[in-house]
Design a protein around this ligand. Structure first.
Ligand code: SAM
Ligand code: SF4
Ligand code: SF4
Length: 337
């Protein structure tokens, strides 16, 4: 039976991003600047978080009743959540999940990669924005070295996890690192995806001039290593894909700002305390924790979620230029990237 649920712009619900914590051991300037996310920042308390059983139940409802096929674990830094492999194992038991992945800063992978693989995780996306310690240490706000992340990547490879790399590019922050990163990860055989700096949250002092666009990124790479476009792997894929000419080595760009992809956006986000957001830039979430803690049956919870998804009209990135639309945003570390 086809359980797909379509929104008001004819976009099916396919992809669920689950944030398991709003905490992080990094303070990336574009995400959780240290001046704002200081020692007194009111992070979620343990009792506010969804339990693993509650996350598993909601994920089951999204997959079995609502047509979700892909799940991504994120945060904050997901490996800061204690016993994460236990949750991963629960999620791998849900029939119908075609892809289960996790986004991480890799710093804790040396400790957890083996357990993650054993729990059934297939692959990780690792965030790394530079190969230069001075630049990277400033970006991550904690002076973490590049080597620390490379060790995490190595541990993931050794454990048998697939690895992709994500690099946020910001004009003046690290745009000169595009070529060294592209060369390094081409050589290593890992797909590198460049992400345009986005105006998520209210803390990162975003300006349009700071966006190093997809066009600029592609031109920089093409000048040094010619590339050609590839077809998307599946409809709604967020990264546009390219191949280095004469090879099968791939590189991608996620152009949320200069070339928005709202028209195919099939993602919902569940925060660590159980709020459902239908857009990365939505001002309000819908409280699913209340539903999962009530005595509603799974089909009844699913009906409530359908009532959220069906009227969905979010297309923030396509409306970004419209100054008449004002909205209060939620931090990405809270909502889940
Ligand atoms: N802590 C994990 C990590 O960094 O991979 C997972 C959570 S993080 C919020 C998810 C992704 O969002 C990372 O790849 C990060 O680089 C990206 N991100 C955070 N803030 C961003 C921004 N302002 N613009 C573009 N991407 C951003
Ligand atoms: Fe932490 Fe990831 Fe945000 Fe960096 S991007 S501060 S690693 S949550
Ligand atoms: Fe999806 Fe919202 Fe991003 Fe558009 S702005 S792609 S609707 S999350």
């Amino acid at each position: 039976m086809n359980k797909s649920v379509y929104d008001a712009l004819d976009r099916p619900l396919r992809d669920l991003r689950i944030s398991v914590t709003d905490k992080c051991n990094f303070r990336c300037t574009y995400c959780m600047p240290a001046e704002i996310f200081g020692p007194d920042f009111p992070f979620l308390k343990k009792e506010e978080l969804l339990s693993f059983d509650e996350i598993e139940r909601l994920a089951t409802i999204f997959v079995k009743e609502l047509g979700v096929k892909k799940i991504r674990i994120t945060g904050g830094e997901p490996l800061m959540r204690r016993d994460l492999p236990v949750l991963i194992h629960k999620l791998t038991q849900i029939n119908g999940v075609e892809d289960l992945a996790m986004t991480t800063n890799a710093s804790l992978l040396p400790r957890y990669a083996k357990d993650l693989k054993a729990s059934g995780l297939n692959r990780v996306s690792v965030s790394l924005d530079s190969l230069n310690d001075d630049i990277f240490g400033k970006i991550n706000g904690r002076g973490v070295t590049v080597n620390k992340v490379l060790k995490g990547i190595e541990a993931a490879e050794k454990a048998g996890l697939g690895v992709k790399i994500n690099m946020v590019v910001k004009q003046g922050m690290n745009h000169e690192e595009i070529i060294p990163m592209a060369k390094f990860f081409r050589e290593k055989g890992h797909i590198l995806r460049f992400i345009e700096f986005m105006d998520v949250g209210n803390s990162n002092d975003w300006k349009l001039d700071d966006v190093y666009t997809k066009k600029q990124i592609l031109q920089d790479i093409h000048n040094v290593m010619p590339i050609e476009p590839l077809q998307p792997n599946y409809p709604g894929e967020v990264a546009t894909r390219y191949r280095y000419v004469g090879s099968n080595e791939e590189v991608g760009v996620i152009s949320s700002v200069s070339d928005a992809f709202c028209s195919s956006c099939n993602r919902a986000r569940l925060t660590a305390e159980g709020k459902l957001f239908t857009c990365l830039f939505a001002s309000n979430g819908h409280d699913l924790r209340k539903l999962v803690r009530s005595n509603l049956a799974n089909t009844e919870v699913a009906d409530k979620v359908k009532n959220i998804w069906i009227p969905r009209k979010d297309r923030y990135s396509e409306e970004r230029g419209d100054k008449s639309i004002k909205r209060e945003k939620v931090e990405m570390s809270h909502m889940g990237g």
